[in-house]
Design a protein around this ligand. Structure first.
Ligand SMILES: N[C@@H](CCC(=O)N[C@@H](CS)C(=O)NCC(=O)O)C(=O)O
Length: 108
């Protein structure tokens, strides 16, 4: 069960070196969202708790992001995580629970 009112967990603290490594990995990720979406907020809260620097792309504020989401991922539903792989291929992950699980497994 999740709260619509955010979470109060303390953010992860890493050494500067470790954070640099994580930042290099998260540079390949972007979160498509919009501000008032409760599922998006849940993912953003988790990103904050994991101290991840992930670019946010608001599909309501920027038509280019909405189109990229629709054309790339096949659906306008948010949250959606865009994952660019080492070989340049792109994967789209929908469902807040899956995104949270993925981020925890990678960076938790
Ligand atoms: N089960 C999904 C639900 C996501 C969802 O319902 N998102 C809404 C916004 S809060 C949405 O994208 N609706 C379609 C739309 O806005 O185009 C999840 O947990 O991520």
């Amino acid at each position: 069960m999740f709260s619509l009112f955010g979470n109060s967990q303390e953010p992860v603290v890493r050494s500067a070196e470790d954070q640099r490594k994580v930042d290099a990995q998260t540079a390949k990720l972007s979160l498509y969202h919009f501000e008032s979406c409760p599922f998006c907020r849940r993912v953003r809260d988790h990103i904050d708790t994991l101290s991840l620097n992930i670019e946010y792309r608001d599909k309501r504020l920027d038509e280019k992001h909405r189109l990229a989401l629709l054309q790339g991922g096949g659906s306008e539903q948010v949250p959606a995580l865009r994952i660019e792989q080492e070989d340049g291929s792109v994967q789209w992950m929908y469902e807040s629970s899956d995104i949270i699980q993925y981020l925890s497994a990678q960076f938790g």
